[in-house]
Design a protein around this ligand. Sequence first.
Ligand SMILES: *Cc1c(COP(=O)(O)O)cnc(C)c1O
Length: 434
Amino acid sequence: MNFYSTNGKAPIASLEKAVVKGLAEDKGLYMPERIKALPKEFFDNIENLSFQEIAYTVADAFFGEDVDAESLKAIVYDTLQFDCPCVKVTDTIYSLELFHGPTLAFKDVGARFMARLLQYFLKKENNGSEVNVLVATSGDTGSAVANGFLGVDGIRVYVLYPKGKVSPIQECQFTTLGKNITAVEVDGVFDDCQALVKNAFMDADLNAHMKLTSANSINVARFLPQAFYYFYAYAQMKKAGLADQMVVCVPSGNFGNICSALFGKKMGLPIKRFIAANNANDIFFKYLQTGSYEPKASVQTIANAMDVGDPSNFARIYDLYNKDHAAICADISGATYKDEQIAETIKEVKTETGYLCDPHGACGYRALKEGLQPGEVGVFLETAHPAKFKDTVESIINSDVEIPAKLAAFMNGTKQSVEMSKEFGEFKQFLLKQ
Ligand SMILES: *Cc1c(COP(=O)(O)O)cnc(C)c1O
């Protein structure tokens, strides 16, 4: 399968090139040239298949031409070493829990898949070359990428994060790992970390010295595998007899997650419609209402993984729907909530149902609660475990949030990090010595 750029000015790329490069030469995002519809028999029988079996069928449609069946199966099965259950919250609202992976957030799925696919291509080249993944993080991305790539041969990961601006729970998930993971603590803010990474990708000396790549949600190997759990959610709801008018609500920031769901729909997944739930960063919500896309600086909220003022994957959604605003509105509606509303929702769901949402999932729940039509059943994505936002959630519900054993284990580890100024020269010298 080949990939084209949403900006239309870069050469067509193979899967391998799209995965290794991440972003196209014209700064556009790669899109698969074809989206294969899956056969009717697959959907007729889907409730009898395992998560891994479903995911392999979906993966085969995108990657099967470039990766041999046995290897692809191993990549998919090894990625999905945890469940993504649909849990009942009310009679008409279900939570798709995506926090059962190693770092308790949905990004584990894409990060683990990408690490394994990249390793597959490195082995195939078989020239012993090492790839260096640079990732800037404000929290969740760094932990998912670091853990997804942990111990994967031939790949070194550098996680750049702003000193003192990442919560201790998040920080320990990428600073205690060791092995092929290096945490770089930058004396600056997130934007400084991102600038260091961008400068590194553009630096001729560094590129001559080492093979560099990125692992953000722009990468096709990170965003396409997210489609797996939408098919699996459908299978679970179908098994329960609840899939006839299924609405899926996705708490959205950079829009990679919901974009993979829209790819699923193009493959025939019978989801009636989608809702993109936003926090106060409502650029997409405004686009749906006005037809004009106007990025702006992000504002800080308690659902901070969605604090995005210019969602990268909007370009993919726009391309997928041929820039047709009416067609986009026919499939997706929007919602936007301020911090007070998010807090109110976390409290209300807990009191009324006993279910504890994290701040992102709470946006999803509320959009379904307000937006479901009679006869519809909604599934929202619980994108992270509430304990990842322990302080925020505890202050809202006025009681303790238990930390799962997996998360606690990171907190017992020893922190190792390299301190760095925000000057590119210093970072460059550091990388040249590696
Ligand atoms: C990254 C993230 C999101 C946003 O996902 P996008 O794919 O960027 O839209 C939502 N919730 C959590 C917990 C996240 O980590």
